[in-house]
Ligand binder design. Structure first.
Ligand SMILES: [Zn+2]
Ligand SMILES: [Zn+2]
Ligand SMILES: [Zn+2]
Ligand SMILES: [Zn+2]
Length: 343
């Protein structure tokens, strides 16, 4: 490490970018929203915007060699933590990897409509205060490109089915998209009408009027839009739009990729079941929620008490601060899910 005043003075204490002029570092700090909630290399303490960029830093294609060497010996390839020894790494990594979703259950759910004539599973667990995950399957209407909801699933945080049903399409189906949905006309012909499904889902989300529940999903806002259900965005935890789970390019990652890379299990190819997608989403949510981060007072840059916490300082005061002091007053621009366990 280089401690000479010249080079360390203008180096960001979080992402290690270097700036020729102190005012450029100040500008950088104003707009980068560094915080203890960012994925951080356990070796060199570099903050990364996403787990994908931390992976690039540790694993490659262009890793930082010193960090890669430590990671190769005792890093967990799923959660990217570094353990004390290669022995504890092995124990940890075994527990860190999730097993595949129960395929027997999947088959039973998929055959629901034809097998026993019923079209819905009501897990009888409608009431509860924990998070729920939602996923839908769509068939095609109109010219085939319109998404029409034909199947919906909600699970609780222990992966129990709360509600699982085919949905009667609201417009004529022109393409069942059978290869990926596994849905046939006979599944949805007498299925539950959308109105009833909406009511059911709202009842679960609002816990029968008690306290609204956290809703987890992948692009779940799109699901809600297509189901024509409104829900407050502060209650939504979207796997697709959560900065630590996004690509370095800031685009969304697929659920399949995230489950495979960060949880170590495969989501089926071919026919996709919403139960499996709910499980993938819930496991990712819980993994992110379980992270242990230092929590500051007013952890969000958007907290009123914090608004413009950089703007509250004079430029000359900021320029006299050390990079560490600037990092100390910097706050996150997204809500980190670790805070869900502290409410
Ligand atoms: Zn930085
Ligand atoms: Zn956090
Ligand atoms: Zn590192
Ligand atoms: Zn791990």
């Amino acid at each position: 490490m280089d401690h000479s005043a010249e080079t360390s003075r203008h180096k960001c204490a979080a992402c290690f970018r270097q700036f020729n002029k102190i005012e450029h570092l100040v500008d950088h700090m104003r707009t980068s929203f560094h915080s203890p909630h960012e994925p951080t290399c356990a070796v060199c303490k570099k903050h990364c915007r996403s787990l994908d960029s931390l992976r690039e830093h540790l694993i490659g294609p262009l890793p930082k060699q010193e960090c890669k060497n430590v990671f190769d010996m005792r890093g967990c390839k799923f959660c990217l933590a570094i353990l004390d020894s290669s022995y504890s790494q092995r124990l940890h990594q075994e527990r860190c990897q999730f097993s595949c979703v129960n395929s027997g259950l999947l088959a039973r759910l998929a055959n629901l409509g034809i097998r026993d004539g019923s079209t819905a599973i009501d897990g009888g667990r409608t009431r509860g205060s924990g998070p729920v995950a939602l996923a839908c399957k769509y068939v095609g209407g109109g010219d085939g490109s319109l998404d029409v909801c034909a199947k919906v699933c909600l699970i609780d945080e222990s992966e129990n089915v709360i509600f699982y049903s085919y949905v009667k399409p609201t417009i004529p189906v022109t393409n069942y998209r059978y290869e990926t949905t596994g849905i046939r006309p006979e599944h949805v012909r007498d299925a539950m009408p959308l109105k009833q499904v909406q009511k059911k889902i709202q009842d679960i989300l609002y816990n029968g009027g008690e306290k609204a529940r956290v809703l987890v999903g992948h692009c779940v806002e799109d699901d809600l839009k297509r189901l024509q259900i409104g829900y407050p965005s502060i209650m939504i935890r979207d796997i697709a739009n959560y900065p630590p789970l996004m690509k370095t390019s800031k685009l969304c990652n697929s659920l399949k990729y995230l489950a495979q890379v960060y949880l170590g299990f495969e989501i089926q190819n071919g026919v996709q079941d919403p139960y499996e997608e709910c499980v993938g989403g819930m496991r990712l949510y819980k993994r992110m929620r379980s992270q242990v981060h230092r929590i500051e007072h007013h952890p969000m840059a958007s907290d009123p008490q914090n608004k413009n916490n950089f703007a509250a300082w004079r430029e000359s005061e900021l320029e006299r601060m050390s990079p560490e002091q600037m990092l100390e007053i910097s706050r996150s621009d997204y809500y980190c899910w670790c805070m869900d366990l502290r409410i």
